[in-house]
Design a protein around this ligand. Structure first.
Ligand code: PEP
Ligand code: MG
Length: 771
């Protein structure tokens, strides 16, 4: 048997060499072989490590220590781990190995090359967790002595306490476990970041690139908000870019370290990448994805005009079903032209024949898998909306009925196209992209209806892969009981808004009809079952149920709709708490339902009153509840802050005893700047971050904090990462997002919290230095 070399260069390595060079080494070798620009590197092989153990005589002493160890005894585990690591670090590397490593290092540069030294796990049949604690990386290593020391430190990391524990629990013999070490030229990246060769949730051929200034750790660790670029591989162009304010970057410092430094003000808002660079990066992503046969998660860096690909591994958040949907990665050109543009209201791609719905009469024609096209959807269309594979409307923005319902159903939707009902024809086959807001001619290779599965499951899958703990409570908005499981799978900390009107509207009868026909029990039982489904999906977590809030025009087409008042402007009319306080019979049916649920022990049910403008309304609602037998001191009663008057009087609400408050920004924005949220003509003026809106929110949060009242948001702005960053920085303690947005919002919260801690520590250090 030929003896395996101690050192192998990347171009000598293929994927079959994992036992010698580990997963990382083999992957870099493969990447090099397909022509990806990987920085120069060699691998100190697993055989070198084994020789080291044998020649130094460590093998026996280490395995004796390990074989006597009870890994469930934490103290002993830590102690043995430390002793073994000390043995490995204290032993002298055999001259033969050392010479080869140093010769390889010398040939990389003039013996002064700055390198990264990384552990590379060798047992391909071990799950990643078995290598926990073993993936040590030492950056910015320079000079012979330091390279040798770093290699030994990687070797020692094989005996970290967690690594020993996992191997023992999985029955792996420590004698057979090896480790390789990659020594790689360290790129002093001027720009760097990460890239998903395809969309990490849906698997679509959208390359997503995040980038920032300086070394990549800033992006990977989340200590900066990077720029984000979306490159559509079908259209071969950048389709979205979000340029962040990048305050910090990580740069190499001294011999070994890195440092977080402030980016000069004039570069903070400058885009990191040009479109040409995005395109070149996306091409490398494509090469890698095609080579490995699955979408890749890559790390990249640039020096001058040179792009380097530092790592490529499969994206783990795309599940089996999303791969099925991934045929959207169909060869470019298969899709037809873009025929309409609107707002991407519910993500996902769907193809199917168009069915145009002008009114109730057309609903019977809707078939499974159709693309429903309407001026705007309304509640009586919900049963049809459940069947279709996609929804397109002429009117509406991100908070319209079609947007809210389709997000809940996990059905891709494009709203506000202005002319869909005129441009599209019945039976015409189209493909819609609910993320980018585009409608294409023809069918993509996405099986109709497939989008609902990934949308439903991938959110959960992404969370299952990477649970992130945040101090901010990340809740979820729910409107339909059928979405409860999906909502819970998002990993949300509770429901920050359960809109019950969708539950009632789905019955196709107005509350007035139930009362007029003596069918209150029917109403109560439907409402009870729907809310209970959501409560059951969130055991022990708060579920804030909002009392009825439907404008009268939404009731118009239902049984009993003829008795609804004709209102000149329903948005400013008889809705929310005002209607309930005037129509006690309607309010009482709801309260009876809540009371039965509380009586059943669902004490996680909190009630939220919409459209309150004066504390007297809250007080009156509470009195009515008490009068109907609710123990109002034992349950959580809160309000929505949706009217400027409410934000301005928030202190009086706190004094009146609210348990929580939640910004309904969809309404708060329209009432503050007088822009109808549903009116297409003024949509461009609907400005969520209008300074007046921000001031109302800022001041109300401060008051809630003073009174220790939980303050949240449940409007659409709570699904916007930028807005959420601002809210957290301004003291909000809870955010309720749409189901599909929960993972992203949790990530934003985690990143923002980390940045705030970092800022606080830095300013405290600066203060101490000035003392
Ligand atoms: C809001 O106004 O922000 C809100 C969440 O309520 P709705 O969209 O149901 O009016
Ligand atoms: Mg509202």
């Amino acid at each position: 048997m030929t003896e395996m070399p101690n050192v192998l260069w990347l171009d000598e390595i293929s994927k079959d060499d994992i036992p010698s060079v580990g997963g990382k080494g083999a992957s870099l070798g493969e990447m090099t072989s397909v022509g990806l620009p990987v920085p120069k590197a060699f691998v100190v092989t697993a055989q070198a490590f084994r020789k080291f153990l044998v020649e130094t005589g460590l093998e026996d002493s280490i395995f004796t220590l390990l074989s006597d160890l009870d890994v469930d005894n934490n103290e002993a585990l830590e102690e043995v781990s430390q002793s073994v690591k000390d043995l490995v670090l204290g032993a002298k590397m055999p001259e033969g190995i050392k010479e080869e490593v140093l010769a390889a290092y010398a040939s990389m540069g003039d013996g002064e090359m700055v390198v990264a030294v990384r552990s590379s796990a060798t047992a391909e049949d071990l799950p990643d967790a078995s290598f926990a604690g073993q993936q040590e990386t030492y950056l910015n290593i320079k000079g012979e002595a330091d390279v040798i020391e770093a290699v030994q430190m990687c070797w020692a990391s094989l005996y970290g306490a967690r690594a020993i524990y996992y191997r023992a629990k999985q029955g792996f013999d420590d004698r057979t476990v090896n480790i390789a070490v990659v020594v790689q030229q360290l790129i002093g990246s001027e720009k760097s970041g990460v890239m998903f060769s395809s969309h990490p949730v849906s698997g679509e051929p959208l390359t997503i690139i995040e980038g920032s200034w300086g070394l990549g750790e800033a992006v990977v660790s989340g200590s900066v908000s990077p720029d984000k670029y979306v490159y559509d591989r079908r259209l071969k162009r950048v389709v979205d870019r979000l340029i962040s304010n990048k305050e910090y970057m990580i740069v190499p410092v001294g011999e070994h370290g890195t440092e977080l430094v402030e980016i000069p003000k004039d570069r903070q808002d400058e885009p990191v990448l040009t479109d040409t660079e995005v395109e070149r990066l996306a091409e490398f992503g494509r090469i890698s994805e095609e080579h490995y046969g699955v979408p890749q998660d890559l790390e990249w860096g640039t020096v001058g005009d040179t792009i380097y690909i530092l790592q490529s591994r499969p994206i783990t958040t795309i599940g089996v079903n999303a791969h099925k949907a991934a045929p959207a990665a169909a060869p470019a050109g298969e899709l037809g032209a873009i025929i309409l543009e609107g707002n991407g209201a519910s993500p996902g791609v769907a193809s199917g024949p168009v069915i145009i719905v002008h009114d109730v009469k057309d609903l019977g024609k809707v078939r499974d898998g159709d693309i429903l096209v309407a001026k705007m959807t309304n509640p009586d269309m919900v049963p049809a909306m459940r069947k279709v594979s996609g929804i397109v409307t002429d009117e509406g923005g991100m908070t319209c009925h079609a947007a809210i319902v389709s997000r809940e159903l996990g059905t891709p939707a494009v709203v506000g196209t202005k002319t869909a009902t005129k441009t599209l024809k019945n039976g015409q086959v189209v493909t819609i992209d609910g993320e980018k807001g585009l409608v294409f001619e023809g069918a993509a290779a996405v099986p109709a209806g497939a989008q609902a599965v990934p949308a439903a499951q991938m959110v959960g899958a992404a969370v299952a892969q990477a649970p992130i703990i945040t101090a901010t409570s990340i809740k979820v908005n729910v409107s339909m009981p059928e979405a409860a499981t999906r909502a819970a799978n998002s990993g949300a900390d509770g429901v920050g808004l359960l809109r019950i009107e969708h539950l009632i509207l789905g019955l196709n009868k107005t509350p007035g009809w139930f009362i007029k026909n003596g069918k209150e029990e029917e109403f109560i039982s439907e409402l009870y079952t729907g809310i209970k489904t959501v409560l059951d999906a969130f055991p022990g977590k708060p579920v804030w149920v909002r009392t009825l809030d439907a404008p009268t025009d939404e009731f118009r087409n239902m049984l009993g709709g003829e008795d609804e008042p004709e209102e000149h402007n329903p948005m400013l009319g008889w809705r929310g708490i005002r209607r309930d306080l005037q129509s006690e019979a309607q309010f009482r049916m709801q309260v009876e339902t809540f009371k039965r649920l509380w009586d059943q022990g669902y004490d996680n049910l909190g009630l939220m009153f919409p459209l309150v403008s004066h504390p007297d309304q809250f007080v009156r609602a509470k009195e009515l509840l008490a009068g109907w037998g609710v123990d109002v001191d034992a349950v959580d009663l809160g309000i929505m802050i949706e009217i400027p008057a409410c934000a301005i009087l928030i202190e009086d609400f706190c004094k009146a005893g609210i348990s929580f408050a939640s910004f309904g920004t969809n309404d708060l924005i329209q009432y503050t700047i007088a822009i109808d949220r549903n009116n297409q003509l003024v949509t461009p003026m609907y400005w969520p971050k209008h300074p007046a809106v921000l001031k109302l929110i800022h001041d109300a949060i401060a008051v809630c904090r003073e009174y220790d009242v939980e303050c949240s948001i449940c409007g659409q702005a709570g699904s916007d990462p930028k807005m959420v960053e601002w809210l957290i920085r301004n003291g909000i303690t809870s955010v309720s997002a749409n189901i599909d947005a929960v993972p992203k919002i949790r990530e934003t919260a985690a990143r923002t919290e980390k940045r705030m801690i970092l800022d606080a520590v830095r300013s405290r250090n600066a203060e101490e230095r000035n003392l």
